[in-house]
Design a binder for this molecule. Structure first.
Ligand SMILES: *Cc1c(COP(=O)(O)O)cnc(C)c1O
Length: 393
């Protein structure tokens, strides 16, 4: 019997053709597909600028660099996320301050963030990294207002939510990563995410100066824009103007580039992104209907407007029993996430059991069920039947 994972990529004939065409073109990296992917992605999300990078973690790292996060700078994030959302603060020497979740939405609870900010003198914190966890868009209108009050920047970790949105208090739809509310937003193109490049990431923003910084930092801190040069034309070896070989390394950057063939795959995948979300929403509806009167379901992702459903989560009793029973039947549900503050790495900074009671309680019960566009109706029904069978015995 075929196994059913919690998430998986969908590679079509068109995707393969797009990659092969790029492999036989003049450019394997830093060619025309990168800019095309960035422009198409920016259009899809509705932001001004997009910077393609090698993965979502590199995207986060470049964001903390571009925002100039330094030794000891305090940044707030959620414990229920992939470790990279927090690690990017550590890469540049900052201090991660975890704040507990809202047990209904599983997202960073803004009231707790406010309480944290109000408990310290203004200026104690530099930024917030909210996560559109599972595909549920954070209300960034509220976070923006709070951030402005305390002079903070926002990096939106939108890895789970390309195509997700929320409706703001003016009735306007705000797409995740659209650049209107967060300073920077990041996405990942890992195979379990909505758009697969193998590895890959994107940063979106409406801030031109951050955009220019990110472009430099992505490739060694090098610029070829002569308006930005600081060495003289004479030094560069030119006469009237800078010679065309000339470039300057102006900051300590990295090689976080995406390849052209990955970008070609991303462009091709992006054309089906909307269909993928529609399918994910259908799957979510069926789970929601099936579970709504079941007493063994203690909480679930539910039906939320604008939800991008990277994950469909249920909270259950005897989670280990259900997890193992599903595995025995080749259904590979998963846990998202082990609370980040209790990872051994973060415990060394003093984080301990009981610090984030709601996140820790959530972790005891959560289970991510199979959720991906090519999950068939039969497969989903099998998953639902297995869950019923497990609790009825
Ligand atoms: C996947 C993911 C990342 C990291 O992305 P990679 O491309 O795997 O480096 C960061 N944050 C969240 C919430 C993610 O799900």
């Amino acid at each position: 019997m075929k196994s059913i994972p919690y998430g998986r990529q969908n590679i079509t004939k068109e995707d393969i053709e797009a990659v092969v065409n790029t492999l036989t073109s003049d450019y394997l990296t830093q060619g025309p597909k990168i800019l095309e992917f960035e422009q198409e992605f920016a259009k899809y999300i509705g932001c001004e600028y997009a910077v393609a990078v090698s993965n979502g973690t590199a995207a986060l790292h470049l964001c903390t660099l571009a925002l100039d996060v330094k030794d000891g700078d305090k940044v707030i994030t959620t414990p229920i996320t992939f470790a990279a959302s927090a690690n990017c603060v550590r890469y540049v020497g900052g201090e991660v301050v975890f704040s507990d979740i809202d047990p209904e939405t599983y997202l960073l609870d803004i009231d707790k963030v406010r309480a944290l900010l109000e408990a310290s003198p203004k200026g104690a914190y530099k930024g917030i990294i909210p996560v559109d966890f599972a595909g549920h868009a954070v209300n960034l209108q509220e976070f923006r207002a709070l951030a402005d009050e305390f002079d903070l920047w926002i990096i939106e970790d939108a890895c789970h939510a390309p195509g997700g949105s929320f409706v703001d208090s003016n009735g306007d739809k705000q797409n995740c990563g659209n650049g209107k509310l967060a300073d920077l937003a990041i996405f990942s193109f890992h195979p379990v995410k909505h758009i697969a490049c193998g590895e890959g990431g994107m940063i979106t923003t409406n801030d031109k100066s951050l955009y220019q910084k990110l472009l430099q930092l992505r490739t060694h801190g090098i610029t070829k824009d002569e308006n930005l040069y600081s060495n003289s034309i004479e030094f560069a070896g030119g006469d009237e103007s800078y010679p065309s070989w000339y470039m300057e390394m102006q900051a300590l950057g990295y090689n976080y580039r995406l390849t052209d063939f990955q970008a070609a795959l991303g462009i091709s995948q992006l054309t089906r992104a909307e269909l993928g979300i529609e399918r994910r929403r259908e799957i979510a509806k069926i789970y929601n209907e099936s579970f709504k009167d079941k007493s063994f379901i203690k909480g679930q992702s539910g039906i939320v407007e604008g939800h991008a459903y990277h994950l469909y989560i249920v909270e259950v009793e005897d989670r280990l029993g259900l997890y193992n029973f599903l595995r025995e039947n080749r259904v590979f549900a998963q846990i998202h996430y082990i609370p980040c503050h209790l990872m051994p790495y973060y415990r060394q900074f003093g984080w301990k059991d009981g610090d984030m009671p709601l996140a820790e309680n959530y972790y005891k019960h959560c289970l991510s069920l199979p959720m991906y566009p090519t999950l068939s109706e039969e497969e989903q029904n099998l998953v639902i039947d297995l869950i019923d069978r497990f609790y009825e015995k």
